[in-house]
Design a protein around this ligand. Structure first.
Ligand code: ATP
Ligand code: MG
Ligand code: MG
Ligand code: MG
Length: 471
């Protein structure tokens, strides 16, 4: 059944609402009252207060479509069919109400019933934790899955750091042998690192709290927490090879085609650039809509990096000007049915992105002048550009290492790669320590704590002033 992204989201909420779940709005990407997370990274992240018993929900059964940012997947973006830095997680939750049995039955019914998604049941596989006999028995006897479709996997234990955790069970869709590519045989199973068996839904049976001190204690209740990837579901129902080929992305890609003059789908290398840019613009647009701004620390630094990364990839498409901001409109258009705030704040979002791009482009120009100095220095010495100079070009002037190397080769010079890597390592350690200190996070949360929900944005004026100060 062909379903648009918006239709899938709507069906999911409708299904669980009809089954007694209350609809919880999609919370802002910037966590409220939670300094353990930089970004909301899953549906449950915004519902911790219910899981750990701090707040009792009006209804113990909840459904949501939650915006999520995961920067840990950034290296995969553009290279796998299924990873984004920004995506939506559809989830149903039970706070001490139903447990494994109903969670499994709901999931199976929603996916295979023709009134809902209507997947061919023979294409579905599940994984369970090796010690979770209950889950195995339910899939085997309650649902009637053949034993070979139930795979026991050690890693099936959900843990996001501080917060609810427990064994989980995941559902995979078999896209067929044409997606095996050259995957090593030992990865070719549901749960392995491959593109054939697509992980679509994670059912978490959460029973423990992962405490601040690292210990685990039983939660007040046995809970259900699930997360389904909307973009992945769309790629299956629309029978397209990657999430980027769904209706959630094609208007953004079309705009990049207009801007660059290149056609998506003609060259593998350029397609990666198309994908990375279309991914990053969604993340940045939504994050800015939710109150984050590019800066040199914490969340702001993530946004700055994402914009710069996208600009770098745009060189693959020979784009030589600020352009990212022009992609905000297609993002807003695709998403405004459910997320009107990107549309409502698009003028502001575009302004923030355009300024950040322009700033970066002029920094790159400066970098070329700095490179000339570095080049002179190396040429009159041993012909080697030092690691610290290469790092300065990278860190301050946004020169990727490869670019410096390319320039250097042109000028018959080499670059001290080991020295560069050492500088990178030190930078990472500095970043890690900064994160640990938590101070800057605290400051950020203060400015942003005024944002109470998606449609109320009291911090606008001060944030705008702050944005201007950046330039
Ligand atoms: P994967 O193994 O593919 O990286 P995951 O196991 O890390 O996914 P979960 O934490 O179980 O993902 O999240 C629940 C669901 O959210 C996944 O089953 C998937 O459908 C979706 N999802 C997770 N990460 C991403 C991502 N980076 N981009 C798009 N969808 C995602
Ligand atoms: Mg992952
Ligand atoms: Mg997984
Ligand atoms: Mg998973």
């Amino acid at each position: 059944k062909r379903l648009t992204g918006n239709e899938i989201r709507e069906l999911f909420i409708k299904y669980f609402n009809e089954n007694g779940h209350m609809v919880e709005p999609s919370a802002p990407l910037v966590p409220i009252d939670d300094d353990s997370l930089l970004w909301i990274n899953s549906g449950v992240a915004t519902l911790k207060k219910y899981f750990d018993g701090r707040v009792t929900p009006d209804n113990p059964k909840i459904v949501n479509a939650q915006k999520a940012i995961r920067t840990n997947d950034i290296e995969n973006v553009g290279f796998t069919a299924r990873h984004h830095t920004f995506f939506e997680m559809l989830g149903n939750f039970s706070i001490g109400d139903y447990f494994k049995k109903d969670a499994i039955k709901y999931a199976w019914d929603f996916l295979t019933n023709d009134d809902w998604i209507g997947f061919d049941a023979d294409l579905l596989y599940v994984t369970v934790h090796p010690e979770d006999e209950d889950a195995y028995e339910l899939w085997r006897n309650e649902i009637g899955l053949a034993p070979e479709r139930i795979i026991r996997i050690e890693g099936n234990f959900w843990d996001i750091g501080e917060g609810p955790s427990g064994p989980n069970s995941e559902i995979f869709y078999d896209r067929g042998p044409e997606f095996e590519f050259d995957t090593p045989a030992e990865e070719m199973y549901p749960g392995g690192e491959n593109e054939r068996y697509l992980e679509i839904w994670n059912l978490v049976f959460s029973e423990f709290n992962h405490n601040k001190d690292g210990s685990y204690t039983p939660l007040p209740n046995q809970n259900i927490d699930t997360g389904m990837g909307l973009e992945r579901m769309a790629s299956i129902t629309q029978e397209v090879p990657t999430n980027f080929d769904t209706d959630l992305f094609t208007p953004i890609l079309a705009r990049i085609e207009e801007i660059s003059g290149y056609t998506y789908g003609e060259d593998e290398g350029r397609d990666v650039a198309f994908k990375v840019i279309s991914d990053h613009i969604r993340t940045v647009s939504f994050a800015v809509a939710d109150g984050a701004l590019p800066s040199n620390e914490g969340r702001g630094y993530v946004l700055r990096r994402l914009i710069r990364r996208a600009v770098r990839f745009s060189k693959e498409l020979n784009i030589a000007r600020a352009f990212m901001y022009e992609l905000v409109d297609p993002v807003a258009n695709v998403m405004h049915v459910f997320y009107p705030n990107v549309d409502e704040r698009s003028t502001f979002i575009k302004e923030v992105i355009r300024k950040e791009e322009e700033r970066f482009l002029s920094t790159l120009d400066e970098g070329i002048q700095i490179y000339d100095q570095v080049k002179q220095k190396a040429a009159s010495a041993n012909g080697v550009i030092s690691g610290s100079d290469a790092f300065r070009l990278y860190d301050t002037y946004g020169f990727p290492y490869e670019l410096t190397k390319e320039y250097a080769e042109n000028d018959n010079l080499t670059v001290d790669e080991a020295g560069f890597k050492q500088e990178m390592q030190q930078q990472r350690e500095r970043a890690r320590n900064a994160r640990k200190s938590g101070d800057s996070m605290q400051v950020q949360s203060e400015t942003l704590s005024e944002i109470s929900d998606v449609s109320v944005f009291t911090g606008y004026q001060s944030l705008y002033e702050e944005a201007k100060l950046l330039h």
